[in-house]
Design a protein. Sequence first.
Length: 95
Amino acid sequence: MKSDLRSLKDLLEDENECLLAGQIQRLPELIQKREELLSAFGAGELSGDEGDLETVRKLAARNQALLEAAAAGTRAAIEGLRRARGHIKPLDTYD
């Protein structure tokens, strides 16, 4: 039974909503499903027209840009915490 490229499109839209809402805990599940659908596509098990394929390409590119921005933000936050930790003076108390 052939699946439709629209399944992949719907999944990419869900992934986008998660990225925008900061719901990163759902991403591993969505990424696994995406990989399964992409494997099915590579095996010729997905059907769709050129318009569907172009939509999927655009959605995937949009999500990739969001993932890269999120990763950059996370790295910047970690670096900021490292720098802040380096400026904290130890607490000295008298016995």
